[in-house]
Design a protein around this ligand. Structure first.
Ligand code: NAD
Ligand code: DAU
Length: 351
């Protein structure tokens, strides 16, 4: 079996759902169920005997140690993290605790566990750390996309905490011989994306008749990848990746935020036209910029394409349409996640 951490969040849940649709190998899913973890994401596999859910933190050494010894997973995939840049600006502490201290404790538990295993088990074991392109910092408009050799220049408390976790993973390989793999991926979008992030926030606000907030001039560039393509890349790296290596994952879909928002409005105009015939674009509002806002990210995915023969299946056009359709078909999911503490966050961030 494999152990997934953070498997009730956006990417982790997509990964677990896809894994069980494609494999018979069971999954232990360790998630602390923070505001971003949602068991509703796992409804369709809740009674599946191949899925064992455990509520708990990667920072809990004793719990992780007990899970490793009882389930003996052949691999661990670490999705667990605090993931929202704006929240890291308001309150970095949780990011340090989860992304740095949590990853450290997880690595320590794995180190102890592997020390008690035989050589064959240790040889085939893998720890795959899911990281981000944000560790590389911001690109100028004409600079080449991030390759795996790009130096780390994280600019937000979130990206700095992810960078620190990547360095710990690297150090545990070099010092203790832990069989690690790291992936650094660009911006994901798709089903189960929490509506604090740009794409689901725009869909939710548009449909609720609220303003669609664009930070600054909206000309910041992100490189978008459909979440299921990120999951397929992770499976490929787990299966064929070379121990100790890092792989950049991206969709070669560089777009300004403004063009992403306009595209979303146009799809909504078509699929859920407003009764008065107006466009959702009328709800766009330019708001105060994110402090330290990175101007551009772009991933050079040549290594994973060349060495592991991985390619995304969706273009931005196909993936974004599927995403809008998913949100339109799942208004009950949106309704549930946007109650309670979500409202407090939105009031604080956009007041
Ligand atoms: P998310 O915020 O939607 O989900 C994170 C999950 O981790 C939640 O279920 C949460 O409950 C859980 N969690 C938080 N702290 C935990 C802890 N201490 N122990 C166990 N579980 C804990 O995040 P996401 O967007 O799904 O991102 C998953 C991973 O992928 C993160 O490591 C993130 O840095 C990375 N990543 C995200 C993107 C993206 O665009 N979303 C892109 C590249 C990389
Ligand atoms: O690049 C990978 C990263 O992508 C991941 O590591 C992070 O976990 C993930 O959250 C995402 O980070 P971003 O900061 O790029 O995502 P977010 O959806 O918050 O913002 C995308 C862009 O949209 C960014 O330039 C900020 C802008 N934005 C965001 C929000 C929430 C707005 O203009 N208005 C908004 O209301």
């Amino acid at each position: 079996m494999i152990l997934v951490t953070g498997g009730a969040g956006f990417i982790g849940a997509n990964f677990v759902l896809d894994w069980l649709a494609l494999h018979d190998e069971p999954v232990v899913n360790l998630d602390a169920l923070t505001y971003a973890g949602n068991l509703e994401n796992l409804n369709s596999i809740w009674s599946d005997p191949r899925h064992v859910f455990v509520k708990g933190s990667i920072a809990d050494y004793d719990l992780v140690d007990a899970l490793l010894r009882s389930h003996q997973p052949r691999a661990i995939l670490n999705f667990a993290a605090e993931s929202h840049v704006d929240r890291s600006i308001h309150g970095p502490e949780e990011f340090i605790q989860t992304n740095i201290v949590g990853t450290f404790r997880l690595l320590e538990a794995i180190r102890g566990f592997l020390a008690s295993q035989n050589e064959d088990f240790r040889e085939s074991f893998r720890f795959l750390h899911v990281s981000t392109d944000e560790v590389y910092g911001s690109l100028a408009p004409d600079e080449a996309a991030f390759s795996e050799h790009r130096k780390y220049e994280p600019n937000s408390p979130y990206s700095a905490s992810k960078a620190a976790s990547d360095h710990l993973v690297r150090a545990y390989h070099h010092t203790y011989g832990l069989p690690v793999l790291t992936t650094n991926c660009s911006n994901n979008y798709g089903p189960y994306h929490f509506p604090e992030k740009l794409i689901p926030l725009v869909i939710h606000n548009a449909l609720s008749g609220k303003q669609i907030p664009i930070y600054g001039d909206g000309m910041q560039v992100r490189d978008w990848l459909f979440v299921k393509d990120h999951c397929s890349a992770i499976r490929r790296v787990l299966e064929r990746g070379k121990v100790g290596e890092t792989y950049n994952v991206g969709g070669r879909n560089e777009l300004t935020n403004l063009s992403v928002v306009n595209t979303l409005c146009e799809i909504l105009d078509e699929l859920r036209p407003l009764p008065n015939g107006a466009s959702y674009k009328a709800q766009i509002s330019f708001v105060r910029d994110r402090p330290g806002h990175d101007r551009r990210y772009a991933i050079d995915a040549a290594k994973i394409e060349r060495e592991l023969d991985w390619r995304p299946s969706e273009t931005f056009e196909t993936g974004i349409r599927k995403t809008v359709e998913w949100y339109l078909a799942n208004d009950a999911w949106v309704e549930n996640v946007t109650s309670g503490s979500y409202r407090q966050w939105i009031n604080r961030q956009y007041q």
